[in-house]
Write a protein that binds this ligand. Sequence first.
Ligand code: ZN
Length: 184
Amino acid sequence: MGALSVVKINRELLSLRDIVLRQKAVPVPVQDEYYLTLCRKLALEMFDVMYASDGAGLAAPQVGISLRLVTVHPSSIKFGPAVLINPVIEFMSDEKEEGDEGCLSLPALMGTVQRAKEVQIKAYNLQGELKEYHAHGWLARIFQHEIDHLDGILYADRVTSEDKLIDTSPGSRRRALEAMRKLT
Ligand code: ZN
């Protein structure tokens, strides 16, 4: 295992603003080759953490680093492994859909969140090149969930109602595990 581990928070402590998960992460100076080299090392470690946790995506604040960098590699979709640096959502469809989400930073919870069905984002890669990505459905949801992390927003803030954020009892644990496997 590498030096990084997932920063977690209890449901009761979600209102705390003094933790890295709640901070607005800092943009990566992508023109700086030194920084890009560091980002390559960081991304490799993050992929390790992400794969070990069976996650589809991971944002740098989730490993305690307040930088605008996300790793994405869902097992259920043909996309990635990709590193998104300073990602920006350029377009979000008005059409929304509900879906279940979990997060490695909020253990034993899951919730129903309404997200845009389709997004267009732009982000730098590890070579410092600006790329565009168009996504719908599950991948669009992953992008929105991970980019939220860079602004200190957790999916629990977006659950459609409080009772839709549920503690995963042993009975529903399997369903929750499946959700968390899909999205971290
Ligand atoms: Zn998450």
